[in-house]
Design a protein around this ligand. Structure first.
Ligand code: NAD
Ligand code: ZN
Length: 356
């Protein structure tokens, strides 16, 4: 499966299929004198050898492994990777490959965007969530004061997505990835939403998953093609994210995955949409889907609604001092709606009571 995405600087292909990690040489758009593979400690033990074996004609192949986990999107690892680029004498005709989930993609992409003012960057996503992060051109590292505060817009030259690598994902990462899949479905069409909501992750079909990833990338790509720098419609991609970011920081990163928080945030956005916009949405099916797949809604039980709303005010996507929420008028028709703080606190109180 393949599609082409148009970024402001160039067009690039996304190729999705089983076993692609072993065939990189065949899939590369051009040949490179030097290639540096960036990966993390978990992914490297599973897939690094396969990827290297798939590049038999490349003698100047090096790799660098960062510790798995969000903490590696740091100045320290960024600086270490730049040292490695210099040590390996990568030049403007070299390639940096990000082999891993969104963490590796964001970190390796930021290195590629800044080293020598930009060298070619190839994304090899290995998580479901990374269908979202590998396209759209945002790359970044974190600062102590917040996530993704240091970054740039930089699109890859190619995205090569081997669906076989997804078979080793732990359950929490499958849930996490599907948080973004269901978001893309809700921004798109009802048939697809029904298909996702009938999914029981304990019996996941990997060919069906490949279709969901392709469809998700299409939705994201079409929105980003229209609004790369997030002035308008790109904000719709924040569906579920205002509450999700507050949950992630309130519970502590590591307590809940990003996509799990998004899935819960979307549930809240659906409930608020019904109240504020009188929308008709598949809320019952959504609720059942969260339950079947063991999304950790119980983590809401001890949270303080006022504190969560305060955290939302600090979210970088907030415009002026009102909290803008992405709601759904219906499946496929999002709307950005400002919600007064007090109303939001009340909606959250009701939500927490209802779902616990
Ligand atoms: P991640 O890269 O940290 O991966 C999650 C965990 O799964 C890690 O422990 C990793 O080692 C492990 N893992 C990865 N692939 C595996 C595999 N095939 N088998 C077994 N284990 C595997 O996290 P993620 O959820 O993929 O991405 C989250 C990151 O993406 C965050 O840093 C977030 O900010 C970023 N993100 C960026 C964008 C963007 O537009 N740039 C969008 C969404 C998220
Ligand atoms: Zn997200």
């Amino acid at each position: 499966k393949q599609l082409t995405i148009q970024s402001s600087s160039h067009a690039y292909d996304v190729i999705i299929g089983a076993g692609l990690r072993k065939k990189l040489s065949q899939k590369l758009g051009k040949s490179y004198k030097k290639i540096l593979i960036v990966t993390d400690s978990k992914v490297s033990s599973l897939y690094l050898e396969d990827v290297k074996a798939g590049l038999p004609d490349h003698e100047n192949l090096s790799h660098v492994i960062v510790p798995a986990g969000e903490a590696s999107k740091s100045m320290e690892q960024y600086s270490r990777l730049l040292d490695k680029c210099i040590e390996e004498q990568l030049d403007r005709s070299s390639l940096i490959v990000g082999l891993g989930g969104g963490m590796v993609g964001d970190l390796a992409g930021f290195v590629a965007s800044t080293y020598l003012r930009g060298v070619d960057f190839l994304q090899m996503p290995t998580t479901i969530l990374a269908h979202d992060s590998s396209v759209g051109g945002k790359v970044a590292i974190n600062h102590e004061q917040g996530k993704n505060l240091i970054g740039s817009f930089y699109s890859p030259v190619q995205v090569i997505y081997d669906t076989d690598t997804l078979r080793t994902l732990p359950d929490s990462e499958v849930r996490s990835g599907y948080g973004e899949v269901v978001k893309h479905a809700l921004l798109s069409d009802m048939d697809w939403v029904k298909e996702v909501l009938s999914e029981d992750f304990s019996e996941l079909s990997y060919s069906q998953l490949g279709d969901h990833l392709l469809a998700g990338i299409k939705v994201k790509a079409s929105i980003v093609e229209e609004d790369e720098k997030e002035h308008g419609v790109r904000r719709h991609l924040n569906l579920g994210h205002t509450l999700a970011h507050a949950l992630e920081s309130d519970l502590g990163y590591g307590e809940i995955t990003h996509g799990e928080a998004v899935a819960i945030g979307i549930f809240f956005a659906m409930k608020v949409s019904e109240k504020v916009l009188e929308s008709t949405l598949p809320v019952d099916a959504y609720s059942a889907w969260l339950k079947t797949n063991e999304y950790p809604v119980e983590k809401l039980s001890n949270l303080n609604p006022e504190r969560l709303v305060n955290r939302m005010k600090w979210d970088k996507k907030t415009i002026e001092d009102r909290i803008h929420f992405v709601l759904l008028k219906g499946v496929g028709s999002p709307a950005v709606v400002p919600i007064p703080e007090d109303d939001l606190v009340n909606h959250l109180k009701e939500f927490i009571e209802e779902v616990i």
